[in-house]
Design a protein around this ligand. Structure first.
Ligand code: CMP
Length: 136
């Protein structure tokens, strides 16, 4: 039985700034993900605050929201079997220094803040996050 899922991925400002968007998209495609929607945008800080609301009590919340709104990002809907978990595996650990070899964050991440990509952490959040960027 197939378990096709969609998840939200964001290529963050540090990676877009270094022109890594095509290299990262190629990693998704070569790992079996279809990029079914995508857009390159820059969001306002209040929108980043809404997007990362689950982290609002964390010490890093303000810096995180400033950072996500600091430059262009690429938001994408990725689709494949088990997309949510497989994307998290392909991204690697949140902190690039802990990320396994061959993962996106091990290859391209600079720091825990500038970790190049975001991916939804559950199917429920995937739906919420996809709606956030692609309501239509
Ligand atoms: P992301 O997957 O986009 O989700 C929230 C982000 O907060 C995370 O990636 C990190 O870039 C950032 N962040 C900064 N500090 C921390 C921390 N101490 N723990 C977890 N995430 C952090």
């Amino acid at each position: 039985m197939s378990n096709i899922e969609q998840t939200l991925s964001i290529i963050k400002p540090d990676a877009v700034e270094r022109n890594l968007d095509n290299a990262i998209k190629d990693m998704f495609k070569s790992n079996g993900f279809l990029i079914v929607k995508e857009k390159k945008i820059q969001i306002e800080k209040y929108e980043a605050e809404k997007f990362y609301k689950v982290h609002e009590t964390k010490s890093f919340y303000n810096d995180l929201c400033s950072y996500l709104s600091s430059g262009p990002i690429v938001a994408m809907v990725l689709e494949k079997e088990n997309a949510v978990l497989d994307n998290r595996e392909l991204m690697g650990a949140t902190n690039p220094k802990d990320a396994l070899k061959g993962t996106i964050r091990e290859r391209y991440g600079i720091s825990i803040d500038k970790n190049s990509v975001h991916g939804s952490d559950s199917l429920k959040n995937a739906e919420i996050e996809i709606n956030f960027f692609f309501k239509d």
